[in-house]
Design a protein around this ligand. Structure first.
Ligand code: FPP
Length: 245
């Protein structure tokens, strides 16, 4: 049975840390890059499936601000993969009603990748089925610092009174300003940490930690995560009685 028929409550926004590509590859005697290549294929299928299920927002952690410290060969390989799949999948993304966006400091990406991203974001901008946000050169602390700097500059110029700064205003300066907060936060690959991903935004997200390495994360795994999500009671700081009543 698909998740759509087994649960009533679908999350509006799913955020995923796609972890385990390297270990998946190592266990098969493959290069880390082959693991990432299989990871991209898994990501493309989850994008398709999430769209079919009617999930409006999906955010994928593809490259963190700390991933720049990986071996040069792996970073270059990841950039090539990204460039290749952006070019290859653009038509498919449009056909599937995807609108692609990024978060993170993409000014650090190679020019060729930035151009390919700008092209795909422009060509998919009318996609109405699912907004897919790819976090690239993204780190939550970096995002929060960048937002704070913008707000401080406005205050310095006298365009903003510090008294006006509240959560709603602050969120408008985050990279995720056009996105609702994630409802469901999935991490694959067996680790149990947030790794600097959407720290501000996941305050009330339900966490789902999967042992499955990302390249093996299938539609059935997403169904399991959604079924678990539907069983959770979200209280947002209230009591059970308040929520039920
Ligand atoms: C974590 O696996 C995964 C990443 C650092 C990148 C995730 C990227 C993809 C799924 C591919 C799409 C992204 C690009 C930029 C083409 P890991 O390498 O940390 O795995 P390990 O923990 O098993 O070593």
């Amino acid at each position: 049975m698909s998740a759509q028929t087994s649960c009533n409550t679908l999350p509006s926004h799913i955020a995923i840390i796609m972890d385990g590509n390297g270990r998946w590859a190592k266990a098969r005697g493959l290069s880390r890059l082959e693991g990432h290549r299989s990871g991209v294929k898994a990501a493309l299928d989850i994008v398709r499936y999430a769209g079919e299920l009617g999930i409006p927002y999906l955010t994928l952690y593809a490259f963190s601000s700390e991933n720049w410290n990986r071996p040069h060969e792996e970073v270059t390989g990841l950039m090539h993969l990204l460039h290749f799949y952006l070019r290859q999948e653009c038509k498919e993304l449009i056909a599937n009603g995807v609108s692609l966006r990024t978060i993170g400091d993409i000014s650090k990406l190679p020019h060729s990748v930035r151009d390919a991203l700008a092209d795909v974001c422009e060509k998919t901008k009318n996609g109405t089925r699912i907004r897919v946000t790819v976090a690239l050169s993204y780190g939550s602390r970096d995002e929060i610092v960048r937002a704070t700097r913008k707000i401080a500059q406005l205050a310095l110029l006298g365009k903003l009174n510090p008294e006006q700064i509240d959560e709603a205003l602050f969120q408008n300066y985050l990279d995720t300003q056009c996105l609702p907060d994630p409802d469901l936060f999935i991490r694959t690959g067996g680790e149990k940490r947030l790794s600097n991903f959407l720290l501000y935004q996941v305050s009330y997200a339900e966490l789902y930690l999967s042992e499955t390495a990302w390249p093996d994360f299938s539609r059935a795994d997403l169904d399991s995560a959604l079924a678990e999500f539907a069983r959770r009671q979200r209280r947002f700081g209230r009591t059970s009685e308040q929520v039920v009543g």
